[in-house]
Design a protein around this ligand. Structure first.
Ligand code: IDP
Ligand code: MG
Length: 140
């Protein structure tokens, strides 16, 4: 295994319910370090571009509406096997299918308002990190 970086978003349902600390505690307890972080309110254009891979899906417009409905925290997580580990800590997309102890099982409101985003591959992690952060913003 190697030290990796992955991209994470605490979604608007998490900021609205003041859960950013509780969620980030899960990442830190599992050994991931937050090496870059900022709270932003995404523009519709940014959200559309970020989720462009889902543009053909029936939930795309609702997803974009949701992601611009409030502030989010965008962050870079670093650690051993960070990309897969982050996905494991997050749990399944649909909280109904998420394993006990995962963020989505404990905190998600619905399949859409599921509290967190995490990159699904090394390629996408690199693209997503670069979309929100400059190299100098990342402090390991
Ligand atoms: P992931 O976040 O677990 O990687 P993706 O399939 O990449 O899941 O979907 C991106 C996001 O789109 C999900 O996190 C969720 O917010 C939303 N989403 C996915 N599937 C559905 C659905 O069937 N209905 C509504 N929203 C969905
Ligand atoms: Mg995904």
């Amino acid at each position: 295994m190697a030290i990796e970086q992955t991209f994470s978003i605490l979604k608007p349902d998490a900021t609205r319910r003041n859960l950013t600390g509780k969620i980030n505690a899960k990442f830190e307890e599992a050994g991931l370090r937050i090496v870059a972080q900022k709270r932003i309110w995404m523009s519709r254009q940014h959200a559309k571009t970020f989720y462009a891979v889902h543009a053909a899906r029936p939930f795309y417009n609702d997803l974009v509406d949701f992601m611009v409905s409030g502030p989010v925290v965008v962050q870079v997580l670093e650690g051993e096997n960070a990309i897969a580990l982050n996905r494991e800590i997050m749990g399944a997309t649909n909280p109904a299918n998420a394993a006990p102890g995962t963020i989505r099982k404990e905190f998600a409101e619905s399949i859409e308002a599921n509290s967190v985003h995490g990159s699904d591959s090394a390629e996408n992690a690199a693209v997503e990190i670069a979309y929100f952060f400059a190299g100098l913003d990342i402090v390991g």
